[in-house]
Design a protein around this ligand. Sequence first.
Ligand SMILES: NC(=O)N[C@@H](CC(=O)O)C(=O)O
Ligand SMILES: [Zn+2]
Ligand SMILES: [Zn+2]
Length: 434
Amino acid sequence: MALYIKKGRVIDPANDVDRISDLKIENGQIVGHALALAEEATKDDVVIDAEGKLVIPGLIDLHCHLREPGGEAKETIATGTRAAARGGFTAVAAMANTTPVCDSQSGVEFLLKRSKETGLVRVYPIGAITKGLQGQELAEMADMASCGAIAFSDDGKTVARSDIMRRALQYSQMCERLIICHCEDDDLVHEGVMNEGYWSTLLGLKGIPTVAEDIIVARDIMLAEATGASIHIAHVSTAGAVEIIKQARARGVDVTGEVCPHHLALTDAAVEGFNSATKVNPPLRTEKDRQALKKGLRDGTLTILATDHAPHTTEEKAREYAYTPFGISGLETAWPIYWRELIEDKVLTVNEMVAALTVHPAARCNLPGGTLAVGAPADITIIDPQREETVTLDGWASQGKNTPFLGWKLRSWPIYTLVGGRIVMKNREIVDEL
Ligand SMILES: NC(=O)N[C@@H](CC(=O)O)C(=O)O
Ligand SMILES: [Zn+2]
Ligand SMILES: [Zn+2]
């Protein structure tokens, strides 16, 4: 049995493809592209009509929190990967800040095994940089790399000690893996819960200054430059960080940066009303920062889009603003939010936006996928750019209901997700029983 995707606009930035075509899928792989290829389909085959739709490589998220093991009340691999499928993602990289922390071979092996058993999309483990995310002793980086860790990160925390970070960068080169940096100076953050500025003053909440991020972005870039290592800056949120990354790239430092949907769509003004779903780390910043992120994407300083999907329980998110945990459940609204902020606002072309969600993240971590080339695994997303939907929790797959976008009317939604040729989401609904 073959599957055909008929008459879609096929966009494959990795191969400079943007044309109306049919795709043929067999045995989990893309086996052909051509106009009218679907005419050969027999009654045993499946044909998806994609006229007026975008047919793109499955989206790849380099930054999400699946919470398993230890945080199953917030999310599991089963529910988090279903949220991914609903959002058009065919692969997600899972951060190490679980309980226990993913800082050894057994942590990586657990994640891979559990993902195979219960995951709906591909899951790539990210190993911790330091044991227990304690920032004192390097984790078993080489062991983790050998059994499938695709990168290293203490995300959720900064590696505060520069000597430890320097050593980690040296080891990462031997392991040929990227270090992903969560950048905030803990002393400057202190007890802050939102961006420091007009709104924190008005609302009487403790502020987190932008320099808390900038200073560690600068430090990590200098350490990467000194060691020759490759780094990736997670959730870039400040104008200062964009400028520092831009200068470093111009000098030839191997640094990339990612942008999250919420930092493009919202500012700290959204905290008015104390909606706990707006509490995230790094915090929502000012309009100036938001515009700097867009400019950074436009001029090629920032090349990757990632969700930082950070689900929490409804109970935790019902706490007072100062005490509720940081994090936004982002997988299910990422594509239409990016569309609104980057396509409707004319920051990127559709091809550039697709590249930032597919070939760029794949290339950065040497992942398979991110392309629709013949012979590639059939990880494919179909987008209906016309579809309008209001964000509600109906059909929401993530256990984390902590989205600041409830009630937003958004255009352009994923309508099919295929992983290895298998349909895992169709017409906005998961195709699979838990
Ligand atoms: N982004 C967040 O606000 N929270 C993340 C941690 C992180 O990404 O730093 C989490 O694990 O909850
Ligand atoms: Zn982080
Ligand atoms: Zn994170």
